[in-house]
Design a protein around this ligand. Structure first.
Ligand code: GLY
Length: 262
């Protein structure tokens, strides 16, 4: 496969297939951005924004509550192979942390504060109350993520999460940490999902990126990465490179990909 542009989206390690419609919709919108000549960074941010607003994924409006039973804190990270990098941690009261991470990648900090003051990063809109509680039985969603390559050949990755369950107020996982929950460089882009502390320990996204850059094929790199984890630790990865896209997880992981070949 020789990719002209494309995007891969996941809904988190542990997400059932029934949520793949949310991944498909996010993928479709991101693919249209790429098809119109848009940047990979914009495409992955928009894909994650849609999933943050979906309410069924553990990110944005669907974020899980912290151990105190009332606090929502969210993390997000974005990166592209052109040098943009933005990370936000323990965000409270925002609708779309991935947009705040993007702002951190492209704006000066004072500008972000102004955006916040003007309400242009949106207000948190928890949707849990609108969803029948039986929906959550046996369901343990994790992070959402997206990786893409645009028509200029720039790679990008984005990840957003409400964290893990159970989780202390103030705890931070892999999602906003470069090289752990996400990584993008000239060889490709990766987004990870799973137990943050375990992913950080292995610097998973950079680990699989390095494997790819050293010559592993993309699927082997992803499988090698998830293979570093024992079975009782949920983990998943999506990746995209000039030669294709891949996903690997040791749990069900709703995901979707759309690519255009040369
Ligand atoms: N992977 C999300 C977290 O552990 O916070």
């Amino acid at each position: 496969m020789d990719i002209a542009f494309g995007v891969v989206v996941h809904g988190g390690a542990g997400t059932p297939e029934t949520l793949s419609d949310g991944c498909k919709e996010a993928c479709r919108v991101a693919f249209d951005i790429l098809g119109a000549g848009g940047q990979a960074l914009e495409a992955v941010v928009e894909a994650c924004r849609i999933m943050e607003d979906d309410g069924r994924f553990n990110a944005g409006s669907g974020s899980v509550l912290r151990l105190d039973g009332k606090t929502v804190e969210m993390d997000a990270g974005v990166m592209d192979s052109a040098g943009k990098l933005g990370m936000v941690m323990n965000m409270r009261g925002f609708r779309n942390p991935v947009k705040a991470a993007r702002a951190a990648a492209v704006e000066r900090h004072e500008k972000i504060c102004a955006l916040l003051k003007e309400g242009r990063l949106g207000e948190l809109n928890p949707l849990w109350g609108d969803i029948d509680s039986s929906f959550f039985e046996g369901l343990s969603c994790d992070t959402v993520g997206a990786v893409a390559v645009d028509q200029r050949g720039v790679f990008a990755a984005a990840a957003s999460t409400g964290g893990a369950t159970p989780m202390l107020v103030g705890r931070v996982g892999d999602t906003p940490m470069i090289g752990c929950g996400f990584y993008a460089g000239p060889a490709g882009a990766f987004a990870a999902t799973g137990i943050g502390e375990e992913i950080i320990r292995r610097m998973l996204a950079k680990e699989v990126y390095d494997r790819l850059a050293r010559g592993d094929d993309l699927l082997s790199a992803c499988r090698g990465g998830t293979g570093l984890f024992p079975e009782n630790i949920p983990v998943g990865l999506i990746g995209i490179s000039p030669g294709g896209y891949a996903a690997s997880a040791n749990r069900p992981m709703a995901h979707h990909a759309m690519v255009r070949e040369h």
